[in-house]
Design a protein around this ligand. Structure first.
Ligand SMILES: NC(=O)c1ccc[n+]([C@@H]2O[C@H](COP(=O)([O-])OP(=O)(O)OC[C@H]3O[C@@H](n4cnc5c(N)ncnc54)[C@H](OP(=O)(O)O)[C@@H]3O)[C@@H](O)[C@H]2O)c1
Length: 247
């Protein structure tokens, strides 16, 4: 039995990851502020990722029930409550995004990884991947949007958090990856659907469609099941080609 812990699992990308990983045989622990016990979860925990003080308790709860964590998907995240020009946007929104999108997942990863490193199977000398951590960042880690700077900055920071953990853990049996989604159709983007429908029609996304949560979930599953070996620290953009520079 391999246990996957997914933050922000109640809907959108996190829920798609939960379903896809469950169909790949993982036992699923889902964490969100609002989440109900239902398929595909074996355990649901109501928790706020920005509350660093509560994280040890959450991990104890998982370890008491399952005794192990094999995979962490750092997916919980929020957009600014309102888009505001970088010349006007204030400290409150900045702090909210840093706390939820960066500080919370950074320290949650630290605590989860310590339990992974205590897993006795890590000491076995073979080439098999023993544990993994997947950070869901965004193309906004590298693409500027001046009307939601705090989101871009939080994701750029999270991208470096992934690199630092990958560096620290390389060779330990715990692999660390970053997935950068492009424009994915979820609650987060529902409010800007018409704007992005227009942008997609005008060529924003070379593959010519919205991304779906399952596009990200299938990538998570490929990494989590060891289908992409020798790749710790990899940054994988799943954006329908938004990464292509062209003249
Ligand atoms: N949609 C996109 O186009 C897109 C693109 C690039 C990256 N992403 C990233 O992908 C991740 C998932 O986004 P999504 O589009 O699936 O968004 P979503 O549909 O709004 O889902 C966000 C999830 O995160 C949870 N969450 C939010 N704040 C939380 C907190 N403080 N503590 C614990 N859980 C929290 C939400 O549940 P509760 O509200 O109940 O807590 C929900 O389960 C985010 O990190 C987002 O930045 C999304």
């Amino acid at each position: 039995m391999k246990v996957a812990v997914i933050t922000g699992a109640s809907r959108g990308i996190g829920l798609a990851c939960a379903r896809t990983l469950a169909s790949n045989g993982f036992t699923i622990v889902g964490i969100s502020r609002n989440i109900e016990p239902a398929d595909p979860f074996s355990m649901t925990i109501k928790g706020d990722i920005s509350d660093v003080e509560s994280q040890t308790g959450i991990i104890d709860q998982i370890m008491c029930t399952f005794g192990r964590i094999d995979l962490l998907v750092n997916n919980a995240g929020v957009a600014p409550l309102k888009r505001e020009d970088v010349l006007e946007a204030g400290v409150e929104s900045f702090d909210r995004l840093m706390n939820i999108n960066l500080r919370g997942p950074h320290f949650f990863t630290q605590a989860v990884v310590k339990t992974m490193l205590n897993n006795p199977s890590l000491k076995e000398k073979d080439d098999e991947q023993k544990g993994s951590v997947i950070f869901i960042t965004s193309v906004s880690a590298v693409a500027s949007s001046p009307e939601r700077a705090e989101y871009c900055i939080s994701k750029a920071g999270l991208s470096m958090s992934a690199q630092v953990y990958a560096d620290r853990l390389a060779g330990s049996g715990v692999a660390v990856y970053e997935i950068r989604p492009g424009v994915i159709f979820t609650d987060m983007t529902a409010g800007v659907k018409e704007k992005y429908d227009q942008k997609i029609a005008n060529g924003l996304i070379p593959e010519g469609r919205w991304g779906q949560p399952e596009d990200i979930a299938r990538t998570v599953a490929a990494l989590a099941t060891g289908e992409i070996p020798f790749a710790t620290g990899a940054v994988i953009e799943i954006s329908g080609g938004m990464n292509i520079r062209h003249l």
